[in-house]
Design a protein around this ligand. Structure first.
Ligand SMILES: O=C(CO)COP(=O)(O)O
Length: 219
């Protein structure tokens, strides 16, 4: 990838890492290099992560408005905590079609950038039809593994780029699963992705800063 707008989105899932330490590292690497690096922590950590100055995303927003929705993740609350974007329909938090649509509406109401996750090219095209800012294709069988989607199954990325482009050329295509090196980021870019999602490569790393510096070298 050669575009400094390329997004490297670090999803901390529910890993037992220090979200603020990782956020500070991401902010420092982004400042030093001009790369776009964002962190998606647990909802309860959003404000602390956003306070570091790093671009902050939620992992999910609920398909609800203000009201009687105990246990929900309200888009407006996520935005108040400092998030500027949100994942929707992650492989580990799948939603029904109508709920993806309503979560997108909630995120848009709160002025959050949106990325809907998908398993494969057909789902990528379907997700694009709902009008998010981006779709992220992440084959579930490669999530958490050592081999990047871009090398294990490049056709999934290329076909998803084409499927999204055919539906709405304004929607970006990101990819994820097994991404952990600058080479992986560069390979994703060559296939047409304009961002990567990753988790274990940073959240479980002994030296997250070294991994992040390598990752941004592929932008
Ligand atoms: O699910 C992912 C990011 O949202 C990918 O996870 P890994 O980077 O651990 O494969």
């Amino acid at each position: 990838m050669t575009d400094s707008d390329t997004l490297i989105l670090v999803n901390l899932k529910a890993y037992p890492c220090d979200p603020v330490e990782i956020a500070e590292t991401c902010a420092a690497v982004a400042d030093d290099t001009g790369a776009r690096v964002a962190v998606a922590p647990q909802a309860a950590h959003l404000a602390a992560v956003a306070d570091t100055g790093v671009e902050t995303w939620a992992q999910h927003v609920s398909p609800v408005e203000h009201g009687s929705h105990t246990g929900s993740t309200l888009a407006e609350a996520v935005a108040d905590a400092g998030a500027t974007g949100t994942l929707i329909n992650h492989s580990e938090n799948r939603l029904k079609l109508a709920d993806i649509d309503a979560s997108l509406a909630a995120a848009e109401r709160a002025d959050l950038e949106t990325c809907v996750c998908a398993n494969n090219p057909a789902q990528s095209g379907a997700a694009a039809a709902l009008g998010p800012d981006a779709v992220a294709v992440e084959p579930p069988e490669l999530i958490g593994g050592d081999v990047s989607v871009a090398s294990a199954d490049p056709a999934i990325v290329e076909d998803s780029v084409a499927a999204v482009e055919a539906v709405d050329a304004d929607v970006d295509l990101f990819c994820g699963a097994g991404v952990s090196t600058g080479e992986d980021v560069a390979a994703a870019g060559e296939l047409g992705a304009t961002g990567v999602l990753l988790a274990s490569g940073v959240a479980k790393a002994d030296d997250p800063e070294a991994v992040l510096r390598d990752l941004v070298s592929g932008v």
